[in-house]
Each structure stands twice: as structure tokens, then as C-alpha cells.
Design a protein around this ligand. Structure first.
Ligand SMILES: [Zn+2]
Length: 254
């Protein structure tokens, strides 16, 4: 069933929008819902944006988490476990909750994200796809049995349900494939499903991955990937990547 309200997802209209004006729709405990937001909610493994909301009396409150609420399953093939539509809630820093008494439904506010954090999350998310593409070349069986991923500012990881361990040689080959894609500085684009704009796909060269996260528009700034393997017990392997030579760019945000 479709929830009757929807937040305007400004981060999908322009992933370099660092701030926007919005009006308050709902306040519940330490959560604020706005009619529009530039803040990306936790989803698809990517951690949420952090930032500030400036009230019309000039006071500033910080938000430390962003969550997607009341989405619905789109019922379209190729996008398993995705929720679309719904609203976005901003979780207020515990020290700033007292400021909510100055906030009312319908107030105009300015919402601003931490662009340094976003730049790092977009780079890390891009790195995770480069890793995934490289794993697909060396161990396609692992990609077929992906269990999940987690994308932080300083690294990303995938868990795979495979009985055959990744060998040291395979890890080296994955690093080399990933670095080839980085060195080609390949263009990255996103597309939206014609019937459902919240269903999005990542494209790079011939590769396509269903993904609603935020990314860079080229592979080059990711730099060399360092890939590490960890066993999570029988039949489970984790690959983590870090990007020690990454070039973070916050200058494109406005
Ligand atoms: Zn993605």
C-alpha cells in the first residue's frame, strides 16, 4: 500500500546540492520530516548524511541520522528488497532536541548537509561498485551469492555466501581489475526507471547495477583499491576495500 505523503528527494535531482529550503511537515520525538531534503537516508548499505537544519529564528540544530519511512515495494523485476516513495525523517542530535520547542508545522527552514562526509560516502560507494565489478570478473559465483554490503566514509565491504574461499591470487587479480577501471577514469551515470523514479541504476562502461545511492561521476578519483579478505565462518567470506590514494572533492557542492 502506498503511504499518502512523499518527501521530495532533492539528492536524486542533483547529487551535488548541498542545501535547500524546505517546510516542516511533522515533528515526532527527536525526528523531523520536511517536504523536501538534500540529505540521503541510510539505504542500500550507504550510511546516512549528517548536517544541520536552520530554523527561521536563526537557531541551528544538527541531525545525526536520516531514515526512509513508509516506503512500499515497487513490484518491478530487477529491484529486489527496494522500497520506493515514502517520507524521510531527520534524527536530531540529543543535545539539540530542546530546540524543537521553537519549531512548528509549516515553518520554513534551511537544510544543509555535511558535504565532506557526503563526498567521502559517494567516493566509497563508487569504490564498492568498482570492487563488485572486479569480483564479478574473477569470481562470478560470489557476485551471484551476495549477502550484503556496508559503505562507510573510510571503506566499504561485501559479504558473500560462498563455500570456496578467495585465494591470495584472486585478491591480487581483483585489485588489478579494479585498478584498471580506475585508471580508465570511466564515466559513471545514473538512470531512473521510467515507471518509478526512485528505482535507480548505476552505469559504468558495460556494467549496470541496481542502486539508489550517491556516487562520483568518474572512476578516477577513487585511486588504487586495497582489498582484504576475511572468513566469517563456513560458507561466508567478506571482502573489504580501502582507498588510500583517493582524491575527495567537495568543490562541486553548492
Ligand atoms: Zn551505488
Amino acid at each position: 500500500m502506498k503511504f499518502h505523503r512523499q518527501t521530495r528527494k532533492r539528492y536524486y535531482e542533483d547529487s551535488y546540492a548541498g542545501h535547500c529550503q524546505a517546510s516542516v511537515i511533522k515533528i515526532e520525538a527527536d525526528m523531523i520530516e520536511l517536504d523536501a531534503t538534500v540529505a540521503f537516508p541510510e539505504g542500500g548499505g550507504q550510511e546516512a548524511d549528517h548536517g544541520t537544519i536552520t530554523l527561521n529564528n536563526g537557531r541551528v540544530l544538527r541531525f545525526i541520522d536520516v531514515r526512509k519511512m513508509y516506503g512500499h515495494a515497487p513490484g518491478i523485476n530487477g529491484f529486489p528488497d527496494v522500497q520506493v516513495g515514502g517520507v524521510i525523517w531527520h534524527k536530531v542530535h540529543p543535545d539539540d532536541v530542546s530546540l524543537l520547542s521553537d519549531l512548528h508545522i509549516g515553518d520554513n527552514v534551511a537544510i544543509c548537509i555535511d558535504t565532506d562526509r557526503r563526498a567521502r560516502l559517494s567516493l566509497s560507494h563508487t569504490a564498492s561498485h568498482i570492487l563488485y565489478v572486479a569480483v564479478g570478473m574473477i569470481r562470478p559465483d560470489a557476485v551471484q551469492s551476495t549477502l550484503g554490503c556496508h559503505i562507510r566514509t573510510d571503506g566499504a565491504r561485501f559479504d558473500f555466501g560462498v563455500s570456496e574461499r578467495f585465494t591470495a591470487e584472486q585478491i591480487s587479480q581483483i585489485e588489478a581489475c579494479a585498478y584498471d577501471l580506475v585508471l580508465r577514469n570511466a564515466a559513471i551515470t545514473m538512470s531512473a526507471h521510467p515507471q518509478e523514479p526512485d528505482l535507480r541504476s548505476w552505469h559504468c562502461e558495460q556494467h549496470q547495477i541496481a542502486c539508489g545511492g550517491t556516487h562520483l561521476n568518474r572512476t578516477g578519483p577513487v585511486g588504487r583499491l586495497v582489498v582484504k579478505r576475511k572468513s566469517l565462518g563456513t560458507g561466508k567470506e567478506r571482502l573489504s576495500c580501502s582507498f588510500p590514494d583517493a582524491v575527495f572533492d567537495t568543490t562541486r557542492f553548492y
